[in-house]
Design a protein around this ligand. Structure first.
Ligand SMILES: NC(=O)c1ccc[n+]([C@@H]2O[C@H](COP(=O)([O-])OP(=O)(O)OC[C@H]3O[C@@H](n4cnc5c(N)ncnc54)[C@H](O)[C@@H]3O)[C@@H](O)[C@H]2O)c1
Ligand SMILES: O=C(O)C(=O)C[C@@H](O)[C@H](O)[C@H](O)COP(=O)(O)O
Ligand SMILES: [Zn+2]
Length: 388
């Protein structure tokens, strides 16, 4: 295992291999992998997958590229051509887009295609798209034939900074977000920030929420940088774009290395998700983008921490300020029933005996998991948030 480093030393782990090109390594022993961040990488997917996953011998190997219609339109050709040129037999699979398709039915559809194509264990599943594609394709790869090699090629900001890294795969089930799934690490993550040019502003903002999360949970200097850069990051004009992406992956990698299966410290990556997931679920995954829901959830968590005397009102204000300046609505809508949200908290994966355990901030840059919060405190915080 990599030596534990303090927050500032951790910057040294991101190896700048050229201008605006970064490699992050996630060290999990036999399941270790690289996260490559570089503009233009999409055209080198075939070469990188061949070298790093197929041991330089792609002959006779199938690459199943799982994507959705919009991503296929913008970025499918370049990826598939590059895999074909490297020597893979490419099987494209285009799934319907959106969180409402993050279901077992979609996974079953993938199994049917894998079966019809007679995939053997040498097949490689390539997820080309956002977090929904990555989570669904990853779960299918984890379970089909007891595990196929899996490569993440994330094309949303959210997927580039969060969902493509760390091996959480799965689908929603009834009213519970991500209830069915597996920990299954990719063999490689290929991030091309140029793909973000075709991404609508609302989706970019959603990804920014997870980037801001890393500042709140782990790295105050990063939070300060983000306060200055939110506008230019959204416009993709920030000179810090690649840094913000790789720094986010780096923080996630350092946390996952310590607790791959979410039994302890990894819960800090779930800051804001307890209320955030409940909001996604209560609105049937149709109202909020994931980042929008967890931005609201991060403000809820800050208000709860403040109510408990754990964190300061100044830090809550700083969180509200950064999200507001990025264009998020941090107010909890009057139409959202506080009681309904509170009931859904028991489905959170961090719950113990049906009672939510919150990740709460002590100060910007430091959060702790496992807080059992009295219901009246949660209610008070959520009602305050409705009045924001
Ligand atoms: N596994 C994890 O660790 C993890 C972490 C965070 C979030 N998630 C999950 O990720 C999901 C959210 O992911 P998301 O925000 O990427 O949403 P998403 O996958 O639904 O993608 C958002 C939209 O962007 C479009 N799109 C993707 N790339 C594009 C591009 N380059 N240009 C134009 N359009 C593009 C897609 O077609 C889709 O309509 C949620 O289900 C969430 O629970 C998982
Ligand atoms: O990787 C993690 O661990 C996270 O918690 C990252 C979250 O941003 C992500 O939304 C994750 O999918 C939530 O996981 P869950 O276990 O709460 O379903
Ligand atoms: Zn998330």
């Amino acid at each position: 295992m990599r030596k534990k480093k303090n927050q500032l030393d951790v910057n040294a782990d991101i190896k700048a291999t050229a201008l605006h090109s970064y490699d992050v390594h996630l060290d999990l022993g036999s399941r270790a992998y690289d996260i490559l961040v570089e503009r233009g990488l999409l055209a080198r997917v075939g070469e990188e997958v061949s070298k790093r996953v197929a041991g330089g011998d792609p002959a006779g190997r199938v690459a199943v590229v799982i994507t959705n219609p919009k991503v296929e339109l913008y970025h499918g050709r370049v990826v598939m051509d590059s895999l074909t040129a490297a020597g893979f037999r490419v099987v494209p699979v285009v799934l319907a887009a959106g969180e409402t398709y993050k279901t077992l039915q979609t996974v079953r559809r993938l199994y049917k295609i894998f079966h019809a194509e007679q995939l053997d264990r040498r097949a490689i599943v390539v997820a080309l798209g956002g977090g929904v594609i990555g989570d669904v394709a990853g779960f299918a790869a984890a379970s089909y034939n007891r595990g196929l090699d899996f490569v993440q090629v994330p094309t949303t900001l959210l997927a580039q900074v969060d969902s493509s890294v760390g091996g959480k795969t799965g689908v929603n089930f009834d009213n519970a977000k991500n209830l069915i799934g597996a920990f299954y690490q990719p063999k490689l993550v290929i991030i091309d920030p140029d793909t973000l040019r075709s991404l609508p502003i609302r989706e970019r903002r959603s990804g920014l929420a997870e980037i801001i999360k890393y500042g709140i949970i782990y790295d105050k200097p990063f939070f300060d940088l983000l306060e200055r850069e939110v506008g230019s990051l959204l416009r993709l004009s920030s000179a810090q774009l690649e840094y913000a992406i790789s720094r986010s992956c780096e923080i996630k990698a350092r946390v996952v290395e310590q607790d791959e299966r979410d039994e302890g410290v990894r819960a800090i990556l779930n800051y804001g998700h307890t209320v955030g997931h409940a909001l996604e679920s209560i609105t049937h995954y149709r109202v909020y983008r994931h980042g929008e829901a967890i931005a609201i959830g991060m403000v809820s968590a800050a208000l709860i921490g403040e109510e408990l005397g754990l964190s300061s009102p100044e830090d809550t204000d700083a969180i509200i300020r950064i999200f507001t300046s990025a264009g998020f609505h941090v107010h909890l809508g009057e139409e959202i029933a506080v009681g309904g949200v509170m009931r859904l908290l028991s489905w959170d994966k961090k719950a113990v005996d049906g009672t939510a355990r919150f990740v709460l901030m002590e100060k910007l840059g430091k959060v702790t998991p496992g807080h059992n919060v009295p219901p009246d405190v949660i209610r008070r915080a959520l009602e305050r948030q409705q009045a924001l």
